[in-house]
Design a binder for this molecule. Structure first.
Ligand code: HQG
Length: 179
């Protein structure tokens, strides 16, 4: 594993799930000071300077992290299990979004709908290719079509993150169709 990948995985863990493990505190929107993060990485045996951190942020395959405009703070864009308010943008989704999962979850999903599980939201993809990639982390992809436009028209809130992931609280079984 490269140093950049190690730093990225460590940051994912701290900034989404366990800030206390790095001695960090996150504000209500998930931000924390870059200087504190660099000191924590050094303690972890992963010394990095500001440029190395910028490389991690910019080269991350899924744009998981974000630096503030002044470069002084960093946060994860989404995927938190710790409580952050997040300032994802509420938006009207396209008629159809996609969710990639695997066969072993399908019975439960078709019975009770999509649930956020360990995260704060259900994550939905704007296209089938992305959904397939998400699912392939767990096995042979099964792609579900989500009637997002209809749910939104019924008043359900949707949010879009800076890297194009759609978030919503849950998806009822009636809004899912196996492709
Ligand atoms: C499934 C990664 C049983 C759901 C990815 C999924 C994505 C249910 C798993 C992002 C269920 C949760 C999100 C139910 C949902 N019963 N299983 N009722 N409802 N599930 O990782 O969507 O690398 O929390 O199908 O690339 O797989 O973290 O969600 O298989 O963008 O940046 O429960 O995480 O990005 O798994 O992935 P996850 P996900 P990062």
């Amino acid at each position: 594993m490269t140093e950049t990948t190690k730093i990225s995985k460590t940051l994912s863990y701290w900034l989404r799930h366990a800030p206390e493990a790095g001695g960090l505190t996150l504000d209500a929107n998930g931000w924390t000071e870059v200087d504190t993060v660099l000191a924590a990485l050094a303690r972890e045996g992963l010394p990095a300077d500001w440029d190395a951190l910028l490389t991690v942020v910019e080269t991350n395959d899924k744009q998981r992290f974000e630096l503030s405009a002044d470069g002084e703070r960093i946060r994860a864009r989404q995927g938190h299990s710790v409580s952050v308010e997040g300032d994802w943008t509420a938006a009207t989704p396209p008629d159809v979004l996609w969710h990639g999962t695997v066969e072993r979850f399908l019975d439960a999903i078709l019975a009770e709908g999509l649930k956020p599980m360990a995260r704060h939201h259900v994550h939905l993809s704007p296209d089938q290719e992305t959904a397939r990639r998400v699912a392939a982390r767990r096995g042979k992809p099964v792609i579900l079509e989500v009637a997002a436009g209809r749910l939104a028209a019924q008043g359900q809130a949707f949010f879009v993150t800076g890297n194009g992931v759609w978030l919503t609280q849950a998806v009822a079984p009636g809004a899912l169709k196996r492709t």
